[in-house]
Write a protein that binds this ligand. Structure first.
Ligand code: SF4
Length: 312
């Protein structure tokens, strides 16, 4: 069976956006100045051990600028570097983008949605940073605009979540994703492969676990160790405690995972990319994500692989 009504070997979120809007849609990152409970002292101050938001934040995206200014610069940035789009999603990316009062959330989401060309929002957040009122706000917005809430799942195993100091459990993640989806708000998730202590089999086992959840979209990242993190100290003291994927191994791993994943869940990304100046390991050279994706798709062809091939 080679599934679906498109010619990709996986259920592509990018393709979904293109067919939903009838054109190419670009995500533009916004930093609205939020923090997160794992940094402001509510749960802790050190944050997740791998976390360095600066490594992912594009240069135009700074909280001292207004949202309109960030969107304007972000749109110009993308137009000069990539294929031009005429409509965009405001991507509230760094830290926890539902971690504020309802009034503040309303204000920042509205400011983004009133910017010319913005057709929706994507809010990256933690599973313990939404409540009924925030979900009600997102549901209201979703009646008129595209909305996706992107939850940091990172791992399905509490032992790992504890070890990386996430400050929430997988049960909280499950409950929040179910609650979000039950309100008709699209829920997405983010997963990291290669976290310390996890075996290959455990990681592959997450495909079946996540396939049971009402997730519309998922993003995968290989573990990257950044300079300015707690994790780098563990890594430097005991590198043998980490299994960091090299590129070729990762390509086959992530295809194995995709084969076990429900074909109903759209995949937005297979891997992450960060400026080399932040990165300690692994070293994948100067390869860009587009090329990683091309290699994954080529390898899927060679293996006659497709998403859901081994999904039960
Ligand atoms: S990864 Fe997210 S939740 Fe964890 S410390 Fe960083 S911003 Fe906070």
């Amino acid at each position: 069976m080679y599934p679906r009504d498109h010619n990709r070997r996986f259920n592509s979120f990018t393709d979904h956006l293109r067919s939903y809007f009838g054109e190419r849609i670009q995500k533009v990152a916004v930093d609205a100045g939020f923090t997160c409970p794992n940094r402001d002292g509510t749960l802790g101050t050190g944050g997740c051990t791998y976390c360095d938001n600066d490594a992912f934040n594009p240069s135009y995206c700074r909280p001292e600028k207004s949202i309109a200014q960030q969107l304007s610069e972000g749109i110009a940035f993308h137009a000069s570097r990539y294929r031009r789009a005429s409509h965009y999603l405001a991507y509230f990316q760094p830290f926890s983008n539902t971690y504020a009062s309802i009034g503040k959330l309303e204000q920042v989401y509205s400011e983004a949605l009133s910017f010319p060309g913005i057709v929706g929002i994507v809010a990256g957040t933690r599973p313990d940073c939404v409540d009924d009122d925030k979900l009600a706000l997102l549901r209201e917005i979703a009646k008129r605009h595209y909305v996706m809430v992107e939850y940091g799942i990172e791992s399905c195993y509490n032992e790992t979540l504890q070890r990386i100091n996430r400050g929430h459990t997988f049960e909280q993640t499950v409950e929040t994703i179910r609650r979000t989806a039950a309100l008709g708000i699209p829920a997405g998730g983010h997963l990291i492969f290669g976290l310390p202590g996890e075996t290959r089999e455990q990681m592959l086992g997450e495909a079946a676990i996540l396939s049971q959840l009402p997730l519309q979209m998922i993003k995968f990242h290989q573990l990257q160790i950044f300079r300015n993190t707690a994790m780098v100290r563990d890594y430097e003291q005991y590198p043998a405690g980490f299994h960091l994927f090299d590129l070729e191994e990762y390509i086959d791993f992530v295809i194995d995972f995709t084969e076990r994943l429900s074909p109903a869940i759209m995949i937005e990304r297979f891997a992450s990319e960060a400026p080399p100046r932040f990165l300690v390991a692994p070293d994948w050279g100067k390869i860009r994500y587009d090329e990683v994706l091309r290699r994954i798709e080529r390898r899927m062809e060679e293996r006659e692989s497709f998403q859901g091939k081994d999904f039960e």
